[in-house]
Ligand binder design. Structure first.
Ligand code: GLU
Length: 295
């Protein structure tokens, strides 16, 4: 694979648990592609969710990456220090009349909780319903409920987005040219009282701010990319090339996650494994269709 531009990639972990071999594959892929093109690989801590702001995990993450020998270029970006920047982007979307308030209770939008402040690792297509029931509330009712101080979050109206930008394309290194059809996407929540931004908004703003022109991340986030592409088009931000790499899975085909303590880097370190052994097991898993058999 050869890219004809100076590449800037990034690794963007959410430090809500121990670093595991799946993360290492993502970090390693970003570093390798940057090195192969004489480029830079940046680190961004995605901690807009207060539950992901446990300094214990951040410290452990940095220590594990250092121990593995995966180095990053430039300054580390920390999302929890950037709420003001996200607020500006949100205001721009408000001004363009692309947001509407959603009064659905937390229990009604339970299935969306993960995707508001964290990357949604469950594809929207597997979720129970399209959460756009507040899109068509009468304007006077909306005004009244807002004036009464009723709790609400802000959703983006993807139909209006489509009316404004049409259906832009992007390039995925693994899957070729893709088309974003905004009206096929969920009207995702971009902010709410306890989290004044969302994963989708923050990731798009930060990739542009950091000059990331090659986003490498797991294939499970591919369904988020049309939303990111739409936000880039609306906000006039550059569009990176994407490379959604295959995921590591256990022998039942289930994606490895933070809950699997057995695959955490800390547990391998404790058991006396070397970084080279871990990297070579990850390579073996990749050539075995992503199935992680352990060390
Ligand atoms: N922070 C996300 C995660 O840990 C990754 C987001 C991305 O690469 O776009 O799953």
């Amino acid at each position: 694979m050869s890219l004809l531009f100076p590449v800037t990639t990034r690794f963007a972990p959410t430090p809500s648990g121990a670093l595991h071999v799946g993360h290492v594959l993502a970090a390693f892929t970003a570093r390798r592609l940057a090195d192969a093109h004489g480029g830079r690989c940046l680190l961004r801590i995605e901690d807009i969710d207060s539950r992901a702001r446990d300094v214990r995990w951040v410290n452990q993450l940095m220590e594990d990456l250092d121990w593995l020998g995966i180095r990053f270029d430039g300054e580390v970006m920390v999302q929890s220090r950037r709420f003001g920047v996200y607020a500006t982007a949100l205001r721009e979307l408000h001004d363009k009349e692309l947001l509407y308030p959603c009064f659905c209770s937390r229990s009604m939008r339970r299935h969306e909780e993960e995707s508001i402040s964290r990357a949604p690792h469950t594809p929207p297509s597997k979720r129970p319903h399209r959460p756009d029931r507040c899109r068509s509330l009468p304007a006077d009712e909306v005004e009244q409920r807002l004036a009464a101080g009723e709790a609400h979050s802000w959703r983006i109206d993807m139909q209006r987005v489509q009316d404004s930008i049409g259906c832009p394309t992007w390039e995925d290194l693994c899957a070729g040219v893709q088309r974003c059809i905004p009206s096929d996407c969920e009207d995702v929540i971009l902010s709410r009282k306890d989290t004044p931004t969302s994963y989708h908004l923050a990731v798009v703003v930060d990739d542009a701010q950091q000059g990331v022109n090659l986003v490498t991340r797991g294939r499970d986030l591919m369904e988020s990319t049309p939303i990111h592409r739409a936000l880039q088009a609306i906000l006039g931000l550059p569009t990176p090339v994407y490379a959604h790499h295959p995921l590591l899975r256990d022998s039942n085909g289930v994606r490895l996650a933070k809950r699997d303590q057995a695959t955490s880097i800390a547990s391998f370190r404790e058991a006396g494994y070397s970084p080279a052994q871990i990297l070579s097991s990850i390579r073996a898993a990749v050539s075995n269709g992503g199935i992680w058999k352990g060390n």
